[in-house]
Design a protein around this ligand. Structure first.
Ligand code: AMP
Ligand code: MG
Length: 501
């Protein structure tokens, strides 16, 4: 065992864990400790998040490397790897589980919310199969950057509490520096967690898990006449809204397997994810998504497919009569499309500055997207520039430069202004509202890659730090950081991202 000197304050250990998942029956997880690493070094502590969790920020700043590397298990932690299954690219795998993640435990944050604290990359677990249980620095930085950017964009997501390098190499196609990200989540229950038990015919465990999930995430429906159906409907609604919100910011998850879809409605698992630059509904970044299953515009339908898999696990709990239960499940899932469409169109209306709704709005939004696709317009920049055009039509000249054929957007701008004129809202007020929903800054894929290359090759974390800082305030104009708004130059463009497994 590594000797770890005691903390001078003792506070670094004071997480105040209360581990409800560890109190579930033993088939839900495997107890396992992190494997110590050689030379941990703290890249980044998320101070505001640490504070929100009620942790001792100063002590963690000093000694967090020991904790977030897994070298020292804080008191009260009950480390475990969760069991889950999942459909990966449509193929069912009955046993996946946390092969490179260990849940330290749960804390109640300053707002009274229960949060999981999990190390990702802490060594092997009983679910590792042939994997090393480790993570490379690149994917750790990507998860840190993107999950925190999603949070700043107001999109439900797991968070990044800390990143450390381990001082040990990991062996992928190349030898890479090893790293660990500490993930904070409302919980780590996934669609695949339900599938794990359902696939084994263990309905008793499905029921225990559903009761636990209801208690933890949907306590209001406990007294519903059909609590399990209400639970399912609630998950459907949250996922429909979540995916609508991804589309609003050009986010492509990249690997929407059922094991990467949470029950809480948070975005999870930032493997090959990326934000698109120029608008293309068929856009795919993931190197492993060759069929485009998880392309940008396919995400709503894939979300529904995944939720159908969740229904299959829960259906026996919906009603004693099998036929009735299936009908209830189908009706519940049938609501997904309308819920998604409502959230999507509401959000798109806000993005183009509409405060009211009219029948023609869907066509107006579609016409803009079609023009953007044809004109290869940058998704983020176009909507941001539209804010300026709403304030002052002389800004159209700048907006036009987003399109490969600048005159192509003119007819749309004409129709848009006619629609805006029917609302009677001051242009200044409208532009301000638009800027609050159309980010100036997203973590562009080429910026992430540059940050990863500098960190991996030169141990230079300055680009990572800068990107995290800029994307923490996505809706503010940040003078001096205009370059972070810009799409990549052709030679900077990144076509493929990798899971890093
Ligand atoms: P993901 O693609 O990250 O959603 O992971 C899919 C499954 O592969 C999960 O069960 C992971 O725990 C497992 N896995 C991924 N990478 C590793 C690794 N390096 N070592 C062990 N298991 C891994
Ligand atoms: Mg996963």
């Amino acid at each position: 065992m590594n000797y770890v000197p005691p903390s001078p304050t003792g506070n670094v250990d004071a997480f105040g864990f209360d581990n409800s998942y560890a109190r579930l029956p033993q088939q839900f997880f495997a107890r396992v400790d992190p494997t110590p690493v050689a030379e941990p070094w703290l890249i980044k502590l998320n101070r505001p998040l640490a504070d929100e969790l009620g942790l001792d920020v100063a002590a963690l700043e000093r000694e967090g490397a020991e904790i977030f590397s897994g070298n020292r298990v804080p008191s009260g932690a009950d480390p475990l790897a969760m069991a889950y299954a999942g459909h990966q690219f449509g193929t069912f795998v009955p046993q996946l589980g946390d092969g490179r993640a260990i849940l330290l435990g749960e804390v109640i944050d300053r707002n009274g919310k229960r949060r999981d604290i999990q190390l990702k990359g802490p060594g092997q677990t009983p679910f590792s199969r042939r994997g090393d249980g480790r993570a490379a620095l690149g994917p750790v930085l990507r998860e840190y950057i993107v999950s925190e950017a999603m949070f700043a964009l107001g999109i439900p997501t797991t968070r990044a509490l800390a990143a450390v390098v381990t001082g040990q190499p990991v062996y992928r196609e190349q030898i890479l520096p090893g790293a660990i990200v500490t993930r904070v989540a409302a919980s780590h229950m996934r669609v695949g967690t339900f599938q794990f038990f359902a696939a084994r015919g263990d309905m008793a465990s499905v029921k225990v898990l559903a009761d636990y999930a209801i208690d933890r995430h949907y306590p209001d429906i406990k007294d519903d006449a059909r609590p399990y159906l209400a639970f399912y409907k609630a998950v459907v609604a949250r996922q429909a809204e979540l995916i609508a919100r991804w589309l609003h910011v050009g986010f492509i998850h990249g690997v929407m397997n059922t094991d990467n879809m949470t029950i809480s409605g948070e975005t999870i698992d930032f493997g090959p994810c990326a934000f698109m630059d120029s608008y293309d509904p068929r856009k795919v970044f993931s190197s492993i998504d060759q069929g485009g299953r998880y392309a940008y515009a396919s995400q709503p339908a894939i979300g529904q497919w995944n939720l159908a898999r969740l229904a299959e696990t829960l259906v026996p709990l919906f009603d004693d009569d099998a036929g009735t239960a299936v009908d209830l499940a189908n009706d519940a899932l049938g609501e997904y499309g309308a819920i998604f469409q409502r959230h999507w169109l509401d959000g798109m209306r806000r993005k183009i500055g509409l405060a009211t709704s009219e029948d023609g709005d869907l066509d107006l939004v579609q016409a803009l997207l079609t023009a953007m696709h044809k004109g290869e317009a940058d998704f983020t920049l176009t909507f941001r520039r539209l804010c300026d055009s709403a304030r002052d039509p002389s800004a159209d000249a700048t907006l036009n430069t987003s399109f490969s054929m600048p005159e192509a957007i003119e007819p749309w701008l004409h129709d848009w202004r006619q629609r805006l004129a029917r609302e009677g809202i001051a242009s200044e007020e409208r532009a301000t509202a638009m800027k609050a929903v159309n980010p100036a800054y997203i973590p562009r894929n080429h910026r992430i890659e540059q940050a990863i290359v500098a960190a991996t090759e030169d141990a230079d974390f300055s680009l990572f730090e800068a990107l995290v800082d800029v994307t923490a305030r996505p809706f503010d104009d940040q003078p001096g950081f205009a370059a972070y708004q810009a799409p990549p130059e052709p030679q900077e463009e990144v076509q493929r991202t990798f899971c890093g497994t």
